[in-house]
Design a protein around this ligand. Structure first.
Ligand SMILES: [Zn+2]
Length: 159
């Protein structure tokens, strides 16, 4: 069983997994697909909404390695409990996910569920926005951003 408090087991997990299970953020139902299909568009088996592109993926620890190593860069927004800036930034993040569909994938990581991630990347607070390309951290910012600033951060991190 995976232990969320051990950051090293978090990154070894990939070895044991062939499938990725993601809950659809429209209908909430679980969807399982092969890791070999991570680079193609995936739709929910139940409601047909996109699972990975143009939407905000609700990130759990086992999602990070496969998503961050996929061909499409991954933008992670870490939020925490009782964070009002996080709440208002969530809308900006969701809209930005639509406009960047196909170019960048967007994942929301709730801190209490993603502690190993926070430890590994030495998060200083919430919200934190981090961009990964082919498994590597390309940029990280602590604090909320306006839509234009977020787009600029993405562009700068990818350049
Ligand atoms: Zn669905």
């Amino acid at each position: 069983m995976y232990k969320s408090r051990d950051p090293t087991s978090y990154f070894k997990l990939k070895v044991f997994m062939n499938n990725l299970s993601i809950n659809c953020n429209a209908c909430g139902k679980a969807n399982k697909f092969s890791l070999t299909d991570i680079n193609s568009a995936q739709v929910c088996l139940h409601c047909r909404q996109s699972l990975l592109d143009g939407v905000v993926i609700e990130m759990l620890p086992h999602h990070f390695v496969p998503l961050s190593k996929a061909k499409v860069p991954l933008l992670v927004f870490m939020s925490g409990p009782n964070c009002s800036i996080c709440k208002s930034f969530f809308d900006i993040f969701t809209k930005s996910a639509r406009t960047h569909s196909g170019k960048v994938r967007f994942a929301h990581a709730y801190l209490p569920k993603n502690k190993a991630f926070a430890t590994k990347y030495k998060l200083r607070g919430v919200p934190t926005i981090a961009l990964f390309k082919q498994g590597k951290l390309k940029g990280m910012v602590n604090g909320g951003m306006r839509p234009k600033e977020l787009s600029q951060f993405i562009a700068n991190s990818l350049s």
